[in-house]
Design a protein. Structure first.
Length: 54
């Protein structure tokens, strides 16, 4: 996990990624999550690790 004060990126073992905001080690704020091999994408709000809206 490479996370700075304004957000960062997490690379999943299956090849998916999350890029966006973090709070207490969980996706929080605006972020983009892609599935393995770039398949599928969710772009929207996250709240403490869960999709909040899209």
């Amino acid at each position: 996990m490479n996370v700075g004060a304004n957000g960062g990126r997490f690379d999943f073992d299956d090849g998916g990624t999350y890029c966006g905001g973090w709070n207490d080690g969980k996706a929080h704020g605006h972020g983009v999550c892609t599935g393995p091999k770039g398949q599928g994408e969710y772009s929207g709000a996250w709240q403490y690790g869960y999709e909040f809206s899209g």
